[in-house]
Design a protein around this ligand. Structure first.
Ligand code: HEM
Length: 146
């Protein structure tokens, strides 16, 4: 049994995740471009879900990561935000299977953009965090009432 933890990620994970987020900030456009290129190549059928101008996707991409990092410090707020984000994603057309795909593409993009800095521990930390967020977002949280 794990000792009780207020956050889903360990202290070490938090440090690794924040560091790699900071490494991505100056190269966010390239990271986003790489991520969407991998995603659309792997599954061209998700392309039409993204209706926004691809030029703003760098910003969107960092929002996606920042949203995940929020999970590290306020679990209660995180859970309700995650449920709402999950409901919005259903309206965007995201289905359960897409979550696994997006997680895989995210790690591939990080690897390509960060190179050696994206080491095994950092990769594992993102994988754990993504798993927690994606599971919550894709879970059935009832009808769309507030
Ligand atoms: C951990 C998983 C994910 C996180 C944290 C996340 C986060 C976000 C955020 C913060 C936005 C901005 C709009 C909003 O807040 O509603 C967004 C938009 C969007 N996301 Fe996600 N997302 C995730 C997974 C996915 C998956 C699996 C798909 C399916 C392919 C997807 C498709 C979209 C689409 C289509 C938009 C609308 C933006 C546009 O039209 O360009 N996301 N996401």
């Amino acid at each position: 049994m794990e000792p009780e933890a207020p956050n889903p990620a360990t202290e070490l994970d938090s440090v690794l995740l924040r560091n790699s987020f900071l490494q991505l900030v100056p190269v966010s456009d390239r990271a986003a471009e790489t991520f969407y290129a991998i995603l659309f190549e792997r599954d061209p059928s998700v392309r039409p879900l993204f209706k926004n101008d691809m030029r703003v996707q760098g910003e969107k991409f960092m929002m996606m990561l920042a949203t995940m990092l929020d999970a590290l410090h306020d679990m209660d707020k995180f859970e309700s935000e995650c449920d709402a984000l999950g409901r919005r994603h259903r309206t965007y057309g995201a289905v359960k299977e897409h979550y696994e795909l997006v997680g895989t593409c995210l790690l591939l993009a990080f690897d390509e953009v960060l190179g050696e800095e994206f080491d095994a521990e950092t990769r594992a930390a993102w994988q754990r965090l993504y798993g927690i967020v994606a599971e919550r977002m894709s879970g059935d949280r009832g009808p769309e009432v507030s």
